[in-house]
Design a protein around this ligand. Structure first.
Ligand SMILES: NC(=O)c1ccc[n+]([C@@H]2O[C@H](COP(=O)([O-])OP(=O)(O)OC[C@H]3O[C@@H](n4cnc5c(N)ncnc54)[C@H](OP(=O)(O)O)[C@@H]3O)[C@@H](O)[C@H]2O)c1
Length: 335
């Protein structure tokens, strides 16, 4: 009997180790290129994958500007990244993607203080119950997609990247795009019932279309864009797992259940550092040519599902998004 219990125990331990190695492993970016002096914007760089990417990129010499809505959390992240990397070229600018006015102020401040960017990482995200943004749009749609669309468009129009000083736009998406659709007759999900995962997935599909359209419209390589999938962590937003001194509506409880969940996540799911590797890779790789029209996963370009390659829908969403943002005065709608 003891013999059987021992065997079962060994089997259990081996299975746990196997699961740990298999599930939580991921490719580490192996490129040793440096980005000294290159300016990189990361939205939502105060927690989770965005913070991990900011740290890695700062280590490699980049000037990292994190765009965040919470000053206290942003300053805490800047202090931590500076301390861990020894770089003082890490800064924060206020950015609330739920407000188009805030996005505009962010871009104005950024251009004034830092000039053109080398890369923009559209990382911030929201998934949750239906809410309205400041602009009366669906919050998930605006934070994940429209706010980033507007930010990118403004940055392009105001910093005018060209072949000699190009901009790379790295959109953080999710494989949930595969089963998603955008209902053009109900963009704000007012008629259909609001399903949290569907509402989230379609914003990631929209971001992939946006990447593809940027590459299509800036065929002269002034702007190149890739979507990256960081793989799944538990829960869907990595920052929830951080033990934070600043309590936000998102942070998982500090009690026993929170501790157990964090331990489980540490054991069996990817860390934000692993999730950030494809962002780091996309920023470091010499040319994105081989990655265009693909999804970056585990630092490699992989095929996109057919739904992501629908150019007509991507074009339609670009136009609708343009009209939803105060972009008209720039008179630079590119076709
Ligand atoms: N974790 C996963 O399993 C997973 C899988 C696939 C894709 N992703 C994607 O990876 C990205 C990062 O996720 P994460 O896991 O690192 O989650 P996270 O730690 O919760 O980070 C989300 C970030 O977005 C910011 N944010 C939310 N609403 C914002 C707003 N209105 N304006 C500006 N910033 C806002 C948050 O700021 P606050 O701290 O102020 O809330 C936070 O910095 C997201 O786009 C997510 O969809 C994650």
């Amino acid at each position: 009997m003891m013999y059987l219990v021992g065997l079962a125990l060994i089997f259990l331990i081996v299975s746990v180790i196997f699961l740990r190695v298999y599930i939580s492993s991921g490719t580490k970016c192996s490129l040793d290129r440096r980005l000294d002096g290159k300016v990189i914007i990361i939205t939502g760089g105060n927690s989770g994958i965005g913070k991990a990417a900011a740290l890695e990129l700062a280590k490699r010499g980049a000037r990292v500007i994190i765009g965040c809505r919470n000053k206290v959390k942003a300053e805490a992240a800047v202090t931590l990244i500076r301390r861990r990397t020894g770089s003082d070229a890490v800064h924060y600018l206020p950015l609330d993607l739920a407000s188009l006015e805030s996005v505009k102020q962010f871009v104005d401040m950024f251009i004034k203080q830092y000039g053109p960017a080398y890369a923009l990482v559209n990382n911030a995200g929201y998934m949750g119950p239906k809410q309205m943004s400041h602009d009366r749009y669906d919050l998930c749609f605006q934070v994940n997609y429209l706010g980033h669309y507007y930010l990118t468009q403004l940055l392009i129009q105001k910093s005018k990247p060209d072949k000699s000083s190009p901009l790379r736009v790295i959109n953080v998406v999710s494989d949930s795009y595969v089963n998603s659709l955008v209902d053009f007759d109900d963009i704000m999900i007012e008629r259909n019932s609001y399903q949290v995962f569907d509402a989230y997935g379609r914003t990631k599909l929209a971001l992939i279309w946006f990447s593809n359209e940027l590459n299509y419209r800036y065929w002269d390589s002034a702007v190149t864009s890739v979507p990256i999938h960081p793989d799944s962590m538990l829960p869907p937003f990595a920052g929830l797992l951080e033990v934070q001194s600043v309590q936000t509506s998102y942070t998982i409880g500090q009690g026993l259940s929170g501790r157990v969940l964090r331990l489980m996540a540490k054991l069996f799911f990817r860390s934000p550092e692993t999730g950030a590797q494809s962002i780091v890779h996309s920023a470091l790789v010499g040319s994105l040519e081989d990655y265009i029209g693909k999804l970056v996963y585990d630092c490699k370009p992989i095929r996109l599902a057919a739904v992501a390659k629908d150019h007509r829908k991507a074009e339609r969403l670009w136009d609708i998004s343009w009209d939803m943002c105060p972009l008209e005065d720039l008179k630079m709608k590119i076709h």
